[in-house]
Design a protein around this ligand. Structure first.
Ligand code: HEC
Length: 425
């Protein structure tokens, strides 16, 4: 906290200088108006003027002295602290808690118990996945603004936006392993199209038929990242369908196990590409319409590209290859999501991401037609830390509408690496 005062100092202009001027004017008037009445300057008169001028000078010097001393503190402090580079700013304002190299001070020095999410900025696994924008917001708003510990102070007053950018750039240098895909390339998750970024998250997606026979299906997805570029995925679908006689049946669908590997990423071009392989097991009851009854391999490529102004495009394309094509034909698919993120509160608040998905799939059989769907949707962060998000949209068939109904889709997503379900509200 003491540090923060020093940082404040260059901004607080010396308030005493104006007092100096105010006092000097009446003093001057006093000297030059209160002259002896006689038009002839006597020796006494001259002495009087000199004496009064000396007294005026003395008062001025007395008043100015503390001002000079005071004014020099920030000047010295600025030149000593030299808050020009990110490292200098870090060493002046952050090192007391975040420690040399951002590794965190030992608890004995800290004087507080660090929260579980207290960052080690040299730990690539913990930091490269974070977005620069989120760090900027935490530094600007303080921990409280982002649902983190209030011990992390707000630097909105002490640092200029430019200085905050510089210190964030410095934090970015503390992990210099370029193999980790950076958080900037972690694009918002669409309802259907799969992302290229390896994630640590739980997602519960529910799809409800808006017309035709009643149908509700939910899918619980668990994604676990490991190493720099890998992710395991586990999907448990639960399906509920209305039968002709209007009664409902429900149960578990075909469980899916997947493995994703990031092949390429470039922050310079704003692109990321990953490959995924999956196996879907026939755990759902085929006769009751809950599963396909066949083991299916799926493989796809997922590509993400940043566009200017927080815009993006994501593409996923691949094939479903059942082991028994008499039960289910092979199919190919192409999914595209286009969207743009908006941030409330001057860029530090809640994120909203409207997106549209265009989905195409086609059975790989002669004479088969391509089904096209369009899915307008809106994703929004539910809590302050923005690690719990929701998305709601409508999936509309564009062609071949026979037997394909409009569906309402929504999900709740929890990025569990950033904190517990009840944290950050
Ligand atoms: C008084 C101690 C203190 C000072 C000074 C301090 N921080 Fe922090 N900072 C914390 C604590 C504690 C947290 C962890 C908050 C949490 O996880 O709940 C934190 C968290 C952060 C985070 C969030 C990291 C993440 O995982 O999202 C960033 C970024 C950060 N600090 C940057 C800075 C910068 C830059 C400075 C200096 C300009 C600074 N901090 C000064 C205590 C401090």
């Amino acid at each position: 906290m003491g540090r923060k005062k020093v940082l404040d100092a260059p901004h607080s202009r010396n308030p005493c200088n104006s007092r100096l001027i105010r006092l000097s004017v009446p003093n001057l008037i006093f000297i030059f108006t209160n002259l002896p009445a006689s038009p002839v300057l006597t020796a006494n008169g001259v002495l009087l003027i000199v004496a009064r001028f000396m007294r005026f000078l003395f008062i001025v010097v007395l008043l100015a002295l503390p001002n000079v001393a005071h004014a020099q503190v920030p000047q010295d402090a600025t030149s000593e602290l030299k808050l020009d580079t990110g490292q200098e700013i870090f060493e002046a304002g952050c090192i007391a808690c975040h420690g040399p190299g951002g590794r965190g001070q030992p608890q004995t020095t800290l004087g507080f118990e660090p929260p579980a999410t207290f960052p080690d900025f040299s730990d690539c696994n913990g930091t490269v996945r974070e977005k620069t924008f989120d760090w900027t917001a935490t530094i600007h708003e303080g921990g409280r603004g982002r649902g983190f510990s209030e011990i992390m102070p707000s630097f909105a007053e002490a640092l200029t936006p430019d200085q905050i950018n510089k210190v964030v750039q410095y934090l970015r240098t503390l992990c210099d392993d370029r193999a980790w895909p950076p958080g900037e390339l972690n694009l918002p998750r669409p309802l259907v199209t799969e992302k290229a970024f390896p994630e640590d998250e739980w997602v519960l997606t529910t799809t409800v038929n808006a017309s035709g026979d009643g149908g509700v299906s939910s899918e619980l997805v668990y994604e676990k990242r490991f190493g720099k570029k890998n992710q395991l995925e586990f999907v448990a679908p639960f399906n509920f369908a209305q039968r002709d006689n209007k009664s409902w049946i429900g149960g578990i669908g075909d469980l899916i196990l997947g493995y994703k590997r990031n092949l390429f990423h470039s922050i310079r071009s704003g692109s990321i590409l990953s490959l995924q392989g999956e196996v879907s097991m026939p755990t759902g009851n085929r006769l009751r319409g809950l599963g396909s009854g066949v083991t299916t391999f799926e493989t796809f490529a997922a590509f993400g590209q940043l566009l200017p102004g927080r815009g993006f495009i994501q593409i996923q394309t691949g094939a479903e290859l059942p082991t028994d094509t008499t039960k289910m034909p092979q199919a190919g698919f192409w999914r595209t999501a286009v969207g743009k993120t908006f941030v409330q509160n001057q860029g530090f608040g809640r994120i909203w991401t409207p997106m549209v998905e265009f989905l195409a799939d086609r059975d790989l059989q002669t004479g088969a037609r391509t089904n096209w769907d369009v899915v307008p949707q809106m994703q929004v962060a539910l809590n302050k830390r923005q690690h719990i998000l929701a998305n709601v949209g409508v999936r509309r068939p564009v062609n071949n509408t026979f037997g394909r109904t409009t569906q309402v889709m929504f999900y709740v997503l929890w990025d569990f690496f950033d904190g517990g379900l009840r944290e950050g509200w």
